[in-house]
Ligand binder design. Structure first.
Ligand code: FAD
Length: 257
């Protein structure tokens, strides 16, 4: 067996309800298994971040974690919503072009069809496209943890490592204010199949901007919040995102495929 690989494959559990998932996740070395596009690749490669994984808790059957809906002034996205669903949703295109564009540009069709919002936010990767767009939107993630029924964490704090996520927590969904004036762009070695080297999401609320970028550090980060720009032209965000991406340089070691 190759050095670094697991001596024994993890045990598989298929959760039939959120309560069942929380019960399985109470086991030592238990880990949420959603689309598996990051997790299974990491397990096969013996990546350090999955070294302690002994149980895979498959949450794909939990319909409560699906769906995209308008809620008040915002949008709620279930954690099992895939990149493909975001890329083709008329609602997301209308109220959050930044997220729709990020999803359409990410990965390849088979990866988009499986990879989920929850997995993109929880994978320790510098260039999560959905994570970058959701950060630009000022989103909040909802979790259920083994001890607490519901907990909300700002995605900015989650990605910056400022929020402690208890072992066994399941992200159930994400809430974000609508961002009809927004845009996303990425630069990669190839257009498809590889992650971005640099990516930028820009959201404009009136004259105020939020700018998030991937590829500059260990996780996507917020570059600007509250910067003001004149005018009300929604198309301006496209120019802003292009200018920002032209000026940024990737951090060493973050531009891996
Ligand atoms: C060939 C290839 C190309 C790729 N290209 C891109 C790309 O261009 N852009 C990009 O952003 N990503 C890319 N990815 C990465 C991946 O597809 C995404 O990050 C995807 O969104 C991960 O979601 P998943 O459901 O597959 O996560 P999984 O692999 O199932 O899980 C990943 C991690 O998140 C945790 N997790 C998942 N869901 C939850 C939840 N609801 N609650 C708590 N923890 C959870 C898991 O425990 C695990 O630690 C690529 C992957 C591959 C294999």
């Amino acid at each position: 067996m190759t050095e670094g690989r697991h001596a024994q494959p993890p045990t598989y559990h298929r959760a039939v309800s959120l309560a069942d998932a929380r019960r399985h996740l109470g086991r030592r070395g238990a880990c949420v298994y959603a689309g598996g596009t990051d997790l299974l690749v990491a397990l096969r490669a013996g990546a350090p971040w999955v070294a302690g994984v002994r149980h895979l808790v498959d949450i794909k059957g939990l319909d409560a974690l699906r769906g995209i809906a308008r809620v008040g002034d915002g949008i709620r996205i279930g954690s099992l919503v895939t990149g493909a669903e975001l890329a083709t949703s008329a609602l997301v295109r209308r109220v959050a072009p930044v997220l729709c564009e990020a999803a359409a540009l990410a990965a390849a069709p088979w990866v988009r069809a499986r990879g989920t919002v929850g997995g993109n936010l929880m994978s320790p990767h510098p260039a999560g496209d959905l994570a970058t767009a959701l950060l630009a939107m000022g989103s909040t993630a909802e979790f259920v943890t083994p001890a607490v029924l519901r907990r909300s964490i700002a995605i900015q704090a989650l990605l910056a490592g400022h929020a402690r996520i208890p072992p066994g927590a399941v992200m159930t969904g994400v809430r974000a204010p609508v961002a009809p004036s927004s845009a996303y762009q990425r630069v990669g070695r190839r257009l498809a199949f590889t992650r971005a080297v640099i990516a930028v999401g820009v959201v404009r609320h009136g004259a105020q901007l939020r700018v998030a970028a991937a590829g500059l550090g260990a996780r996507p980060m917020l570059l600007a919040e509250g910067a003001t720009v004149p005018g009300e032209d929604g198309a301006l965000v496209d120019g802003l995102v292009r200018r920002a991406i032209g000026r940024l340089r990737p951090a060493r070691g973050t531009g891996r495929a």
